[in-house]
Structures are given as structure tokens and as C-alpha cells.
Design a protein around this ligand. Structure first.
Ligand code: IPE
Ligand code: IPE
Ligand code: MG
Length: 242
């Protein structure tokens, strides 16, 4: 029973990245439109992030829309934008009250103008917050993010180090994700945080995202805590460090 419980010994990740997949299939199973799945997914996203902060996780990044998702039917995309228009600011105010900085990462200039305005407003409200952060990836693609960083470095006439590249990504200044969770049964990264997740522990859940509960998050954290993170070293070397 106690196996999935978080206790004082549990190592809490400093940054959890979540690929929220399965909203469409969740809705289809219930004979509902995909947009209903996205609404449930958004509500679950907020609940999960709040729970993560309550557990002491300082950074959470959620994959809400990929650049590749822009090829989906216009109706579905408009439904997603409507969710942002109608709910995003209200939900994000809750994080603002908790001192969490909100960043939207991705090619946000490709979003509708009014959605961009909402995003800018929410980011502005929380820009003074330090130490805790939520990144919502919208129109995000990891390869594009890396190419952007490289081009910024070229503009600066630099020969870059790894630290330079990290500092030119959207996630500059934040710890790399140490736990990456993907729901929805697929075992792939779909162009999400490829650079930042170089050493993340990868956790895949068969549950569709709207069904991924706070308890499921705790289970993933307990699993994370049980991993031996060697970073290339041997077990013996790792034991010496502890
Ligand atoms: C993930 O759920 C959310 C977005 C990509 C916006 P999907 O919409 O991919 O759901 P499935 O994979 O079709 O079930
Ligand atoms: C990944 O899910 C993107 C998000 C969760 C926003 P997809 O459903 O788009 O991924 P693929 O296309 O199955 O790889
Ligand atoms: Mg999907």
C-alpha cells in the first residue's frame, strides 16, 4: 500500500515536464467532441500543476500545443484558442497568487493576435516572481527552439558552449527537467524539450491525460525517487557521493 506514498525520504524533482497526450481519445471514448477532451485536459493541467507546487516541485513545463499540431483542423485549433481566451487568465491568476512566474514558450507570434495579448498580460503580471515557474509550451517545437538559439549565438558572433546554448533557450535560468511524464500510451517525445531532457527520467503512463490524477503524479514522483541517477558514473562512484 505505502509503496506509492510520498514521504520525507522521497526525492522531489526540481522540474517536471509533462506531455499531456490523449485528450482526443479520452473524448472519443465518451462519444464527445475532441474539444470536450481538451477542456477536461486544461482543467486537469491546472489541478496537476497546483498539486506539483504543493508537493514542493518548483518548476513545471506542460506541452499544450506543438508546432506540428498547427496542421490540425482549423475547428480544433479554434476550440483550443477559445479555451485560452475564456479560461487561461483566470486560471493563471491562481498561480500568480502563489508567487509562480508564468512563461509561454514557443513561436507565440504564430498564435492569433488576441491570444498573444492574453499571454503577454499574464506573463507581465508574474514577471517579478522568482524561484517557482510554470512554462506552458504553445506552438512549441524543440528543434525550432534549438535553431533559434544557434541563430542568436551566430548573431553574437560566438563559438558556443553547452551553457551558452542552454542560456539561449526559452527555459534559460531554470533547472533542466529531471522528470518527464507522457500520458496517452505513446512512447515518444514528439519534439519536446530535446536539449533540456538529456538526463531526464522518462515516465510513460497508459492513462489518457484527463484521467491522470494527482495520485498518478505522486506515483510518478515516487518512481522518480527510486531511480539511481548515475550521470555516466558507476554505481560505486555514485554511492561514494552520498
Ligand atoms: C493532446 O491530446 C493535446 C494536444 C495535442 C493539443 P491529443 O489531442 O493529441 O489527444 P489524442 O492523442 O488525439 O488522444
Ligand atoms: C504531443 O502530442 C503534443 C502535445 C501534447 C501538445 P501529439 O498528440 O501531437 O503527438 P503525436 O503527434 O502523437 O506524436
Ligand atoms: Mg495525441
Amino acid at each position: 500500500m505505502g509503496r506509492n506514498k510520498i514521504n520525507g525520504e522521497t526525492k522531489i524533482p526540481q522540474h517536471i515536464a509533462i506531455i499531456m497526450d490523449g485528450n482526443g481519445r479520452w473524448a472519443k471514448k465518451r462519444l464527445m467532441p475532441r474539444s470536450f477532451g481538451h477542456k477536461k485536459g486544461m482543467e486537469r493541467m491546472i489541478g496537476l500543476m497546483e498539486h506539483a507546487f504543493d508537493l514542493g516541485v518548483p518548476y513545471v513545463t506542460v506541452y499544450a500545443l506543438s508546432t506540428e499540431n498547427l496542421t490540425r483542423p482549423e475547428e480544433e485549433l479554434n476550440g483550443l484558442y477559445d479555451l485560452i481566451r475564456n479560461h487561461f487568465e483566470g486560471y493563471m491568476d491562481r498561480f500568480c497568487e502563489k508567487g509562480v512566474r508564468l512563461r509561454i514558450i514557443g513561436e507565440t507570434h504564430r498564435l492569433p493576435a488576441d491570444v498573444q495579448e492574453i499571454i503577454a498580460r499574464v506573463e507581465e503580471k508574474t514577471k517579478g516572481c522568482v524561484g517557482k515557474g510554470v512554462n506552458v509550451a504553445l506552438c512549441y517545437g524543440s528543434r525550432a527552439e534549438i535553431v533559434r538559439a544557434v541563430n542568436l549565438a551566430v548573431e553574437q558572433g560566438k563559438t558556443v558552449t553547452e551553457a551558452d546554448v542552454s542560456s539561449l533557450l526559452y527555459t534559460a535560468g531554470q533547472p533542466d527537467p529531471d522528470l518527464m511524464i507522457r500520458t496517452g500510451k505513446e512512447i515518444r517525445l514528439s519534439n519536446f524539450l530535446l536539449w533540456q531532457s538529456a538526463y531526464a527520467e522518462l515516465y510513460f503512463s497508459d492513462k489518457m491525460f484527463p484521467d491522470f490524477s494527482d495520485k498518478d503524479l505522486e506515483k510518478a514522483i515516487v518512481w522518480f525517487s527510486s531511480r539511481t541517477r548515475r550521470f555516466g558514473k558507476t554505481d560505486e562512484q555514485v554511492e561514494c557521493l552520498h
